[in-house]
Design a protein around this ligand. Structure first.
Ligand code: MSP
Length: 517
């Protein structure tokens, strides 16, 4: 039976339209989900929307509609984004669904029954934008450390005994050295926990847009307790009714990977494991925190008016080109800068010149010089053939290892090294010159190249599903032969079939108004 792999994105606040940050987190998960499917795993990929709390309630109020109507509309924008970006999620959870309300209330009941929740009074600062509590000493110039405004809040509240979980968390981190990536962020999490933990307010009594606390309708649950629980809700927990599926839960939980942005790592690497330990439930295997994008060097913000709309981006540059750029440009985990120059450079360099030209040159020569019949690989490859074939056969292991560490840009870098090797092999073997002198050798060279392109196309499907599919179509590779069981030396390109005249897959990008061409 295929091994299960359960991967999640954060669920997105529906106070606003989707932007590049949302598209980026989900894209990274989509690439991993697609890779794992091709690698034989039984993948469940979850995304969704975080619909409760004061931030969403305020946004609805400002639009003059009820929170439910408002969330229905905005949540749909996030669903639409998954189609526009060609995301392959298997489920889309909304925290306003009944299955989720049930899971949250079960989570609460377990925490309360096991003695981890008590009623008290909260007096302190609250940032609606961050949906987070702060003490006086944490404020920076009267604001949250993120720069968000804060309000003074004084109200009755239930508290979770987070302070009791300091040592169990530190022990867990020690025993699970890969729990958080990148390592530098894991160190920050550990120092935060070593600094001591205060009990956490987990209910609010001054507004209503949330999941009611069981047996106390004056309170709604703190939106982060509600939101984090989504991951286990979607695994099928806690019942075996139309609202849940315990066999599915047993298969999926604990999740293999929660992908998050660096701003929300603390919630996932401290609060969430503490809630789960307290509820006596298994902890996720890994949390990875990626960095943030800036736009042409500037922090992205609504007030600066420089928010990047993913739909506009893909309309301008192309979907797969944008997906490739976002995954290739920046070491995953670091912050990165979006610029028109950088994406144009990648499109014209890596895609048009390197991979695009390779495919176009090789397939056109097969069309012209072999009457469009796919040539056969040499029975006795010479050293240069073997060098290229070994390099491409070695890619799967390298890419798998890099993606298990979420090193997307490195994975693409090693694939493109082989693209460069292949281009050098074209130049040094000069198949066009062999046409007259040694047509047998010419056919062998073209077959080695076609085999290299086949494997590269199969390996790039997770990042560029449509373009890779076009390359495989042009090579005449069957739909049934496009997963990882037929690469890395475990299968070779078929020969003898007819291929059509290729059309360029990655044309050069010419900036509007530019004279470059
Ligand atoms: N609702 C919470 C998550 C709850 S998960 C149980 C939330 N939502 S959010 O809509 O604000 O955004 C979520 C994601 O977008 C985060 O992972 C965040 O890091 C990411 N980004 C927001 N702006 C970003 C950039 N400028 N660049 C990259 N990612 C950014 O937080």
């Amino acid at each position: 039976m295929a091994k299960p792999y359960y991967i999640t994105t954060p669920i997105y606040y529906v106070n606003d339209k989707p932007h590049i940050g949302h598209a980026y987190t989900t894209l990274a998960c989509d690439v991993l989900a697609r890779f794992k499917r091709l690698d034989g795993f039984d993948v469940t990929f979850l995304t969704g929307t975080d619909e409760h709390g004061q931030k969403v309630e305020k946004a609805a109020f400002n639009r003059g509609v009820s929170p439910q109507d408002f969330t229905n509309e905005v949540s749909q924008n996030f669903r639409d984004l998954t189609d526009q970006m060609n995301f392959s999620n298997d489920d889309f959870i909304r925290t306003t669904e009944t299955r989720h309300k049930l899971a949250c209330q079960e989570m609460w009941n377990r925490l309360q029954t096991l003695g981890h929740i008590r009623l008290g009074n909260y007096a302190g600062w609250y940032s609606v934008r961050d949906e987070a509590f702060f003490t006086e000493s944490e404020l920076v110039d009267g604001k949250a450390p993120t720069g968000a405004p804060v309000d003074w809040v004084e109200e009755p509240s239930y508290f979770f005994n987070l302070s009791q979980w300091q040592q169990p968390l530190l022990d867990f981190y020690e025993a699970n050295p890969n729990f958080v990536g990148p390592e530098s962020r894991f160190n920050e999490v550990k120092s935060f926990v070593k600094g001591g933990l205060r009990d956490l307010s987990v209910s609010r009594a001054s507004f209503k847009w949330g999941i009611p606390v069981p047996d106390d309708s004056d309170h709604v649950m703190y939106v982060w307790l509600d939101a984090l629980t989504n991951y286990i809700t979607a695994s099928g927990w806690p019942t075996d009714t139309e609202l849940g599926d315990l066999a599915k839960y047993k298969k999926l939980w604990p999740a293999d990977l929660h992908m998050v942005g660096k701003d929300i790592l603390r919630f996932h690497a401290v609060y969430w494991p503490a809630f789960l330990m307290a509820a006596e439930l298994p902890l996720p295997k890994r949390v990875f925190a990626h960095g943030w994008w800036t736009n042409e060097g500037q922090k992205i913000s609504k007030s600066l008016g420089n928010v990047i709309d993913p739909t506009a981006l893909t309309a301008q540059y192309g979907l797969d080109h944008t997906r490739y750029f976002l995954m290739r440009e920046v070491p995953f985990g670091n912050d990165g800068d979006f610029s028109a120059a950088a994406i144009t450079h990648r499109m014209n360099g890596d895609l048009a010149n390197d991979l695009g030209n390779l495919c176009q040159r090789v397939l056109s020569m097969i069309c012209k010089n072999c009457d469009g019949v796919m040539p056969a690989l040499p029975l006795e490859p010479i050293d240069t053939d073997q060098g290229l074939l070994s390099a491409v056969d070695g890619l799967l292991d390298q890419v798998r290892d890099l993606l298990d560490r979420q090193a997307f840009n490195e994975a693409l870098r090693v694939i493109w090294q082989v693209v460069s090797d292949a281009n050098r092999y074209v130049d040094s073997s000069a198949p066009w010159a062999l046409k007259k002198t040694d047509p047998v050798r010419m056919a062998e060279v073209l077959a080695v190249l076609a085999e290299t392109i086949r494997q590269i196309a199969i390996l790039t499907q997770p990042v560029m599903p449509q373009s890779a599919c076009m390359i495989l179509d042009q090579l005449g590779v069957d739909m049934a032969n496009r997963d990882f069981s037929v690469i890395a030396g475990k299968g070779r390109l078929a020969s003898g079939h007819q291929i059509g005249k290729p059309s360029p897959i990655f044309p050069r990008y010419i900036e509007e108004g530019s004279t470059d061409g």
